[in-house]
Design a protein around this ligand. Sequence first.
Ligand code: SF4
Length: 195
Amino acid sequence: MLDDTFELTVTDLKQYAYCPRVFYYHACLPDVRPTTFKMEAGIDAGERERYRSARRTFCAYQVENGERYFDVPATSVELALTGIVDEVIEVAGAHTELIPVDYKLSRRAGHHFKLQLTAYAELLEATYHVPVRRGFLYLIPQQHAEEIAITKSLRRNLRELLSAMRLVAQLERMPQSGHPARCRNCEFKRFCNDV
Ligand code: SF4
C-alpha cells in the first residue's frame, strides 16, 4: 500500500524531472551522490540571479508594488512536500496574493518547470494561507520572466507526479531512463548499465 505521508522535497521533483533514475538513486541509494553537473550549474546560476533580481524592478513581473522575499521555506502537510522558493513577491491590498518566482537556466518554460512552480504555489498557500494564482519562471539566458497560471490541471498533474515518485521510492523499483540524450554526460552512467 502506498504511503501518502512519505515526505518529498521540490528538489526531489527537480531530480525526477531531470531523470527519474537520479531521483531513484537519491531515494533508494542515499550513499550515491545525486547531483549532476547540469543540476549544479543550474543551482549556481540561480544563486547569481538572486542577487541581480534584488535590484530588478517589479515591471518584469507586471506588478506595480510589493514586497520581495528570497529563499522562502514552505511546507504542505497534505502533499507531504517541502521546499524553499527562490523568490516570493507579496502583493498587498484588496486582492492580496503571493507570487512565486523560480529561476531557470533554460530558454523554455517546459512542463516540468511549470509543475515545480505549481509545487511552490501549493506550498505557499498551505504555509501562509494566501491564494497563489500565478507565478513566474525567470529564464536566465533570455533574462525573461514568463508568467504561468497555476491551473487546476497543473495542480492535478503535480499530485499524479508525486504519487509516481512515491511508488518508485517505496517499491525501490528502478524507473526507465527519462531522457536518453542526457546519459552521455551523466555521472550516474556507471550505475545505469543499460544506457
Ligand atoms: S545515465 Fe541516463 S538513465 Fe542513468 S541516471 Fe543518468 S540520465 Fe538517467
